[in-house]
Write a protein that binds this ligand. Structure first.
Ligand SMILES: Nc1ncnc2c1ncn2[C@@H]1O[C@H](COP(=O)(O)OP(=O)(O)O)[C@@H](O)[C@H]1O
Ligand SMILES: [Mg+2]
Length: 111
């Protein structure tokens, strides 16, 4: 199965998007910030998902990974069953266009 088959809902049983125990650390070293601490999430075809949380909680960090703009420090991110770490630049850029669309719409007014 190719990286986009799951996105088209072609009957594969892999989730469209799958985060598996994803960690993200910025600035490895003394100034390290451990933002994502073992995030797992499966998004199936037709799911509508909202990611909510306090400012600084890691929402943009997670969306950057989902949109292939950044990579996990550890753990796996699969699109249609394919680990993004196995994708080349051209395939990654294609996913930026497909998934990054909603990554710009994450901010809503505070209550
Ligand atoms: N490039 C970066 N380098 C270092 N720290 C960062 C970077 N980007 C975000 N952070 C830190 O990671 C945490 C999560 O930020 P972010 O993902 O933007 O949260 P949210 O979108 O939920 O407000 C914050 O503490 C933020 O300061
Ligand atoms: Mg944000």
């Amino acid at each position: 199965m190719g990286p986009r088959d799951g996105m088209r809902g072609t009957g594969g049983d892999s989730p469209v998007l799958l985060l598996d125990e994803v960690h993200k650390l910025y600035n490895p070293g003394p100034l390290q910030v451990h933002v994502l601490k073992g995030i797992s999430l499966a998004v199936e075809q037709g799911d509508f998902v909202a990611i909510t949380g306090s400012s600084g909680g890691g929402k943009s960090t997670m969306l950057n990974i989902l949109g292939c703009l950044d990579t996990p420090s550890s753990g796996r991110y699969l699109i249609g069953g394919t680990d993004v770490s196995e994708l080349g630049d051209n395939e990654l850029v294609g996913n930026v266009g497909r998934i990054g669309v909603f990554a710009g719409a994450e901010v809503r007014p505070a209550d």
